[in-house]
Design a protein around this ligand. Structure first.
Ligand code: HEM
Length: 535
């Protein structure tokens, strides 16, 4: 026994002693490596952005906010959760510091700059097409076809699409579309407000109105063969967006990345995938159906008098016949445009109209004065046209004031700097991010007197500097990426408000607790219980 033990000890002893020497070395090396990684990351993500931020901090009108990694949007999100207003911080900061020109904060290992001064904004919007690109990371989970639409198209593709959309989606097309808008508004009112006094969640009702207009824009009044087909489309269109919002902000996305939802592990992901598939199927079928219709129309036209396309989808399909291949759009491109427009309608236009109803209910004097103008100008005509709508000065001022206080695109899409650039005195490097606080400018007391007051008259009296400064009020942006849907959004909003005010007094059921959130656009969140009582 003793011999065996000695033999075993001789066998094991050398190994133990080697291990005893090596192991501390390994621990030391691993520890040092970890420490170096920690130091590098700390430097990259905390120290360097702080130093970079420090350089801009001393410029006139600068405000530095050090929230490492995620930047200033963390504060916005926090205010949305804690105070029911995503923009609380920008409203407060600009009122307390009217000379604030920009906020600088770190964003990962780079800088993020948020602009508040009209001349800086002008400089940015003049340069952004050449020096920056949109940062579509957040939208990777958006219904995939939307990523092909104008909003995220780049290079020549964007140039051609933009040119085509500007040529087609113009006043002439809109003039032809006004009767559809008016019919839809009348239908919507008739369907929703049957009693003398009606109560409804304005957010949901308005979203349906906007979705209907969006659907008719592409597919026409009779674009769907049955009510069920139309309902399927509307439901899928609206619900994909609702699920997208949830997926986008989920913690799983931050941990596992933008494509995690594709695995369908959670019920919300499965629902989103199902709805996206359904939408793709409906879009695909509609395109084929419209292609056939267009061919039949063309054959009939050759035999009889000429006939021009009258829905946007027909126009897009007709564009495919262009001799220039760069201008042609395949099915995926067309679906991209439809989803982009549909999404702009059901988000931006819907948010705008909901805010307009909210301000009408809140300011009864404004509502009263507007109803008078509607009776004088709009009520006289059986069918409405651009001239009538453009001749309504108070309506125009009311909408501008709504857009000043609650612009749906309260922030533009964040831009990523492609190569070093300067915005007046602000020097930016590749990878830095720039954005404009469109809403923030509207609350600057140097630009708008009593900025929190709802005063449509300021747009008529024109005393406030902000009213006369093009880049102080840019709810539809300016420059090459400015909104091509501006006229469309304004026209339908004017028509709906006029139709509504002719028949109903708009009010609140009880004083509302308004929650202002931001997903895709800045908007009043559901529910907003409102009353519509016959005048
Ligand atoms: C009140 C409603 C709307 C508002 C406030 C609004 C606002 C804006 C703003 C500010 C931009 C520029 C974003 C940026 O450059 O970062 C934009 C772009 C765009 N809007 Fe609108 N929009 C509205 C309605 C619409 C409608 C109804 C449509 C289409 C039917 C539309 C289609 C687009 C498209 C396609 C772009 C991208 C243009 C490009 O990048 O070239 N918008 N919108």
């Amino acid at each position: 026994m003793g011999k065996i033990a000695k033999w075993l000890w001789r066998l094991v002893r050398p190994r133990i002693s080697i291990w005893m020497i090596i192991s501390p070395l390994i621990y030391f090396m691993a520890g040092t490596a970890l420490f170096l990684v920690f130091l590098t990351l700390s430097f990259k993500l905390f120290v360097r952005p702080y130093l970079l931020m420090h350089k801009l901090k001393n410029l006139p009108g600068a405000r530095a906010i050090f929230t490492p990694l995620i930047g200033v949007f963390w504060h916005f999100k926090r205010d949305e959760k804690a105070h029911d207003d995503f923009h609380l911080m920008s409203k407060k900061l600009i009122q307390e510091n009217p000379n604030m020109r920009f906020i600088v904060s770190p964003y990962k290992d780079k800088l993020q700059v948020l602009l508040y001064e009209p001349s800086l904004v002008k400089e940015f919007l003049t340069k952004e097409a050449s020096f920056t690109s949109k940062d579509p990371r957040k939208f990777k989970i958006f219904h995939k076809s939307a990523q092909k639409g104008l909003t995220f198209a780049v290079g020549d593709k964007w140039v051609n699409q933009r040119q085509f959309i500007s040529e087609t989606f113009n006043n002439e097309f809109l003039t032809g579309f006004i009767p559809t808008v008016q019919n839809t508004a009348k239908e919507w009112i008739g369907h929703n407000f049957k009693d003398d006094t009606n109560t409804a969640d304005a957010v949901k009702k308005i979203r349906w109105f906007a979705a209907k207009i969006g659907a008719k824009l592409f597919f026409g009044e009779k674009g769907f063969s049955s009510r069920d087909e139309f309902k399927d489309f509307m439901k899928a269109g609206l619900e994909t967006h609702a699920s997208w919002t949830q997926i986008k902000t989920s913690i799983w996305r931050f941990i596992f990345g933008s494509k995690f939802y594709k695995l369908g592990l959670r019920s919300i992901d499965r629902q989103f995938n199902r709805q996206s598939k359904l939408l793709d199927r409906i879009y695909g079928e509609k395109i084929e159906e419209f292609k056939k219709k267009l061919e039949e129309k063309e054959q009939a036209t050759e035999e009889s008098s000429s006939s021009s396309p009258n829905t946007l989808l027909e126009m897009f399909l007709a564009q495919n016949k262009s001799d220039n291949p760069a201008k042609q759009m395949d099915n995926a491109d067309i679906i991209g445009q439809i989803s982009t427009f549909f999404s702009a309608e059901t988000n931006a236009t819907a948010a705008f109209l909901t805010s307009a109803l909210y301000f009408l209910a809140k300011h009864k004097d404004v509502q009263h004065r507007l109803r008078k103008e509607v009776a004088e100008k709009y009520g006289k005509n059986k069918s409405v046209d651009f001239e009538t709508l453009n001749d309504m000065e108070y309506l125009d001022s009311f909408l501008k004031e709504t857009l000043r206080l609650q612009p749906p695109t309260s922030l533009l899409y964040q831009r990523k700097v492609k190569e070093s650039m300067s915005l007046v005195d602000i020097k930016l490097k590749k990878g830095d991010r720039v954005n404009v606080d469109v809403l923030g400018m509207g609350y600057n007391p140097n630009l708008f007197s009593d900025p929190t007051e709802f005063q449509p008259d300021r747009w008529i009296v024109k005393k406030d500097p902000g009213v006369n400064e093009q880049f102080a009020h840019i709810p539809f942006s300016e420059g090459s990426h400015q909104c091509p849907g501006k006229q469309f959004a304004l026209t339908q909003s004017k028509v709906l408000i006029c139709e509504l005010l002719q028949k109903f007094n708009v009010g609140f059921e009880k004083s509302p607790n308004v929650r202002l959130g931001f997903d895709f656009v800045y908007h009043i969140q559901s529910p907003l219980k409102m009353t519509f009582a016959k005048v």
